[in-house]
Write a protein that binds this ligand. Structure first.
Ligand SMILES: [Zn+2]
Length: 256
């Protein structure tokens, strides 16, 4: 269990923002007035205002809709949701903490390309945590409830169904040769900076960027990247958007 918990550190989210049920989707005024947020310029509203025409909203393919499901404090995956095409990532030459780690086959090519590009740039990336089932998340959450009590557990662990890792398209990445904390020191490492600047080129976005905790409910996690495909990742990166905000925007527009 101890090893499991180390791998699950990124769902141990101290919900500093638990001053209420925090939604990713904040109305305009809330974003502008959020104290301590680096997003107070309200990049989301600027984007939406500039893309209000229907033609500006990208239509999503069936596979994109599957990849872009919103998973946050307010949106959960079903208990029986399991990705259809899980594979062991080390079989594809992707460095991982152990051989049992799995992700969806549909993202492997871009993940491998990202790792290869990082290596050429001098960074040996490693997957520290990958797919996690609803059951695994449930065990972790219950462990914290038993250890800390319900209230404190909710401040430090995602409830089952609310972790992006259940999608099978989300990775916690660190650097093989990183000295110090594999997670918290990654963001300021050269490899972490490379990831922050380049992951979007391969379809990955940082779900919980620095300064967004009051909006996402999660603290800054420079190691946690979710695959959304290159087109969507580019839009999020270039417009400095919080991923869950943009995914909600796309989901809403594509319902029409
Ligand atoms: Zn994570």
């Amino acid at each position: 269990m101890k090893r499991l918990l180390v791998g699950l550190i990124c769902v141990s989210v101290p919900f500093l923002a638990l001053y209420g049920a925090v939604s990713c989707f904040f109305p305009k005024e809330s974003v502008k007035n959020t104290p301590g947020s680096d997003y107070k310029e309200n990049t989301y509203d600027i984007y939406v205002n500039n893309h209000s025409d229907e033609e500006d909203v990208p239509a999503l393919s069936a596979i994109e809709k599957q990849l872009l499901v919103v998973v946050d404090r307010d949106h959960a995956l079903a208990a029986d949701f399991e990705p259809p095409d899980l594979v062991n990532i080390t079989d594809f030459g992707i460095r991982a903490r152990d051989k049992s780690m799995q992700l969806r086959r549909v993202i492997i090519q871009d993940l491998k390309a990202m790792f290869d590009a990082a290596e050429i740039a001098g960074h040996k990336l490693m997957v520290f945590s990958a797919y996690r089932s609803y059951k695994t998340q449930e065990q972790v959450y219950n462990y914290w409830v038993n250890t800390l009590g319900q209230e404190e557990a909710d401040r430090s662990s995602a409830r089952p169904g609310h972790s992006e890792h259940q999608l099978g398209t989300t990775v916690d990445v660190t650097a093989l040769d990183l000295e110090g904390d594999v997670f918290n020191d990654f963001g300021s490492s050269e490899a972490g900076i490379w990831m922050a600047e380049n992951a979007y080129k391969y379809g990955f976005v940082m779900s919980y960027p620095e300064g967004s905790e009051l909006l996402t409910g999660y603290k800054y996690e420079p190691w946690h990247f979710r695959y959304v495909g290159k087109k969507v990742a580019k839009a999020i990166f270039e417009n400095n958007l919080i991923p869950c905000n943009y995914l909600l925007f796309l989901a809403t527009k594509n319902k029409k």
